[in-house]
Design a protein. Structure first.
Length: 213
């Protein structure tokens, strides 16, 4: 499945309010500017009531962004960017969210960037990938993934433990990041950055919501 096909399937899920996989943040009347980290083709914004809002999405997938610009550019602003260095001014957004991209980022650095671009009182919303998901990846890799996939999954597992116990991550050989996230460790990371945090379980997913105080 190429990236465009993947994002179009994600759009179908996001538009179907009866699909339990549809997990999106709530939009408040006071939210004037919203940032989606890992926006793909803009599927989350397309499924949310973002009328009269400034909706900006960042992603590193050039093909997805090009598709989004061609089809939805009148409704969403798309920016090619890594979440570790968001090319936008400080104190800009009322809500920053990340549905699926957080595990593929340098999380401590991304949290600092989210704090920078949020206005005081602004909110962060993110879905975590827990250790059980990484364990499933390991089981699959041991059965049929091949040695390269197995090494990569072991890296994911170890990186998750680094994040949990030391609050740091290291990149893989290709310079990219991937990890699983411990809920308590993520709460502490957000708390140290000035967020009041609450945790919710939604359709077997762990959602963290924080408000910058």
């Amino acid at each position: 499945m190429d990236s465009i096909e993947y994002h179009r399937k994600e759009l179908e899920i996001a538009l179907d309010k009866n699909d339990e996989r549809r997990i999106l943040p709530d939009i408040l009347d006071s939210d004037r500017a919203i940032l989606d980290i890992g926006c793909g083709i803009g599927q989350s914004f397309l499924a949310m009531d973002c009328r009269d809002k400034i909706c900006i999405g960042i992603d590193i997938d050039e093909d997805a962004l090009r598709y989004g610009i061609d089809n939805y550019g009148s409704r969403i602003q798309f920016i090619l960017s890594d979440a570790s260095h968001i090319p936008l001014p400080s104190n800009t957004f009322d809500l920053v969210f990340s549905r699926v991209s957080l595990p593929y980022t340098n999380i401590p650095r991304v949290i600092r960037e989210i704090r920078r671009v949020l206005r005081k009182g602004g909110r962060v919303w993110m879905i975590l990938h827990g250790r059980d998901m990484a364990a499933r990846y390991l089981s699959q890799a041991m059965r049929s993934g091949g040695i390269k996939r197995l090494i990569h999954v072991i890296y994911i597992l170890l990186n998750g433990y680094l994040l949990k116990y030391l609050g740091v991550l290291v990149p893989y050989a290709n310079g990219r990041y991937e990890s699983w996230q411990d809920t308590t460790a993520m709460q502490k990371l957000l708390g140290r950055s000035g967020f009041e945090v609450r945790v919710r379980e939604v359709s077997r997913h762990t959602v963290l919501e924080g408000r910058l105080v």
